[in-house]
Design a protein around this ligand. Sequence first.
Ligand SMILES: Nc1nc(=O)c2c([nH]1)NC[C@@H]1CN(c3ccc(C(=O)N[C@@H](CCC(=O)O)C(=O)O)cc3)CN21
Ligand SMILES: CC(C)C(=O)C(=O)O
Ligand SMILES: [Mg+2]
Length: 307
Amino acid sequence: MNQRRFTVDTIAKLHAAGERFTMVTAYDFTSARIVDRSEVELILVGDSLGMVMQGHDSTLPVTVDDMIYHTRMVMRGAHRPLVVTDLPFGSYTIEDDAIRAATRVMAEGGSQAVKLEGGAQIAPTIRRLVDAGIPVMAHVGFTPQSVHAIGMRTQGRQADQARRVLEDALAVQDAGAWAVVLELIPAPLAAAITERLEIPTIGIGAGPDCSGQVQVWHDLLGLYDEFVPRHAHRLRTFADDAVAALDQYAGDVREGAFPTAENSSTMDAGELARALGDGSGDSDGDHPDGDARDGETLDGETLDGHA
Ligand SMILES: Nc1nc(=O)c2c([nH]1)NC[C@@H]1CN(c3ccc(C(=O)N[C@@H](CCC(=O)O)C(=O)O)cc3)CN21
Ligand SMILES: CC(C)C(=O)C(=O)O
Ligand SMILES: [Mg+2]
């Protein structure tokens, strides 16, 4: 597919046309290449990488440098999707820090937008980023960087809390966010918010009536077994396939079934004999040019790749 890259503008047009779209996380070149070949419109370089790539039990230890490192790998592989990078925990608490972190992520990482967690409280920061020319995706409801403050649970089941989630979504829209992730909120609340917003909502654990959906790569493909969130759309079990493949590899080597002639190269028996010095080659031990290293040229042209 030789499609032009999705932009904030083309996503807005999809949304205006009433089309649902998808976002998936990616953290490296190879996975970004795969998303590039798919129909998924957006890549999130999520701070979930702290869990699924780094093995931490929360997203809190992730640094701006980590996000830039992973974004750079993703940008080399993704040419069609719009790429958004999460600002990590603590990097945008203070407004000036937010400008610095977002500027670095975009200038050094190369992504097209940043995402940060929070509602009304973070709205002034969103406004400043947008004024600085940085497209901002917001994230309300369950915000994983606040897990120790709010717990790992659905937000907005009671009226007062639900109203706060709605107000957060309206506040980030007013501040200039071009989209908002709704994480772990009741489906009817997500539907009501989506109806009241002009910008697209992107749901995860927020029911079917969002403008789009987002999933973590490892959850979709069955690569992460520490836990499988209820909201995960686990379409494959690649980790199981990988273990089976590794077992087959180990077994093949043990049984001598790998490598075969097809995986190996040959050499002239005389050359080997000369190398081993068993008398069939140069008996005087001389290695005149053009003899012991037959066929090689001075510029090394024929050095590579012959079987
Ligand atoms: N692999 C992975 N998938 C994710 O979706 C994800 C991450 N990692 N890391 C960052 C955040 C953390 N997220 C999480 C993590 C756990 C639950 C969880 O335990 N959910 C409960 C249901 C909670 C409720 O409905 O109140 C569950 O039983 O799955 C939810 C979101 C979402 N993000
Ligand atoms: C779960 C998504 C929305 C996210 O923020 C992440 O992957 O970090
Ligand atoms: Mg995140």
